[in-house]
Design a protein around this ligand. Structure first.
Ligand SMILES: [Zn+2]
Length: 315
């Protein structure tokens, strides 16, 4: 018994020193798009505020400093603009940062460069006003659909424009099709027991997807880099973020700010323009470096969620 206790203590010390030195400690930044809310069904500003309170409570519980990316057109609800702006204020009061995701969720595939530039400028009015008032920088831009350009030249012109406006591009490395599960979750009635199964499959898919992106990271860099997770401000994530963050901890992750993650030299790697589809930056870097990966993103969700998505969400 005495020997066993000593053994456990040694293992404990080994784990402690590994994490204290940062060896093998995996890190991840959390970014949440489409604020104040993305829903496949009609939603009131009041429900949107409640969902955001749940998201912020989960982030605070896990001591996560996240960045929320705003589509300001979603604030323009007649008679409810103050209520929408109050949601963004809640994010800043909770110690989070806001970023620009442009006005109208305009992408660089279907819309022109100049339309995208206009959408950046129109998309920063309220966000800059409230961020500056609270002394929080407005410094990140996340491209809608993460489309960075139809060509490398267009990407470079747009990024020069963003830099001149004081923006850093917010890349992402991990996603797990949260919008697919979120649509199913939205379309099921609130009391429908199948929502629980969707949430369980969603958690399983997060675990599988993280494994795939970690493998891609190893193949590209020969080590784990700080990852950046992209999810959306949805009913699903309001209900499951606490669980998702616990899962990431269980998988060995420590939460860092986006600012901290981007300090890793991996983020200096040139990336190819997305063209139409916006894959993980790991895939974009691989294309720029001419490195062949064993995967280029997460697998499509399966199970009941995929069947319900087909039935409820395909137009
Ligand atoms: Zn978006």
């Amino acid at each position: 018994m005495k020997y066993l206790r000593g053994h456990v203590l040694l293992v404990g010390l080994a784990l402690f020193s590994a994490s204290a030195l940062g060896n093998g400690q995996k890190r991840i930044a959390i970014t949440i798009d489409d604020l104040p809310v993305e829903s496949a069904t009609p939603i009131t500003v009041e429900e949107s505020a409640a969902l955001n309170r749940s998201i912020l409570a989960a982030l605070k519980r896990h001591q996560v400093k996240a960045v929320g990316f705003v589509n300001e057109d979603r604030l323009l609800v007649s008679g409810k603009i103050d209520a929408g702006v109050a949601i963004l204020n809640d994010w800043l009061d909770a110690g989070m940062e806001l970023g620009n995701h442009n006005h109208g969720h305009v992408g660089l595939w279907a819309s022109s460069l100049s339309e995208n530039m206009d959408a950046v400028l129109k998309g920063e009015v309220f966000t800059r006003w409230i961020s500056v008032r609270k002394g929080v920088p407005l410094r990140y831009y996340r491209h809608p659909y993460t489309q960075t350009g139809k060509s490398d030249d267009e990407q470079s012109v747009f990024e020069d424009f963003l830099a001149a406006r004081g923006y850093t591009v917010a890349p992402f490395t991990i996603e797990h099709g949260d919008y697919i599960f979120a649509c199913v979750y939205d379309k099921l009635p609130a009391q429908d027991a199948r929502r629980e199964q969707v949430a369980a499959e969603y958690d399983m898919h997060l675990r599988q997807s993280v494994g795939i992106f970690e493998r891609m990271t190893d193949e590209l860099f020969g080590r784990q880099i700080p990852q950046v997770l992209l999810i959306h401000a949805s009913r699903l994530n309001a209900a499951t973020l606490d669980r998702s963050l616990s899962t990431l901890k269980e998988l060995g992750y420590q939460f860092v700010s986006l600012d901290e993650a981007l300090k890793d030299e991996a983020y200096q790697t040139p990336a190819k323009a997305s063209r139409r589809f916006g894959p993980s930056w790991l895939a974009r870097w691989a294309r720029a470096k001419g490195v062949k990966l064993s995967a280029y993103g997460q697998e499509a969700p399966g199970g009941m969620s995929a069947e319900l998505h087909q039935a409820l969400c395909s137009e």
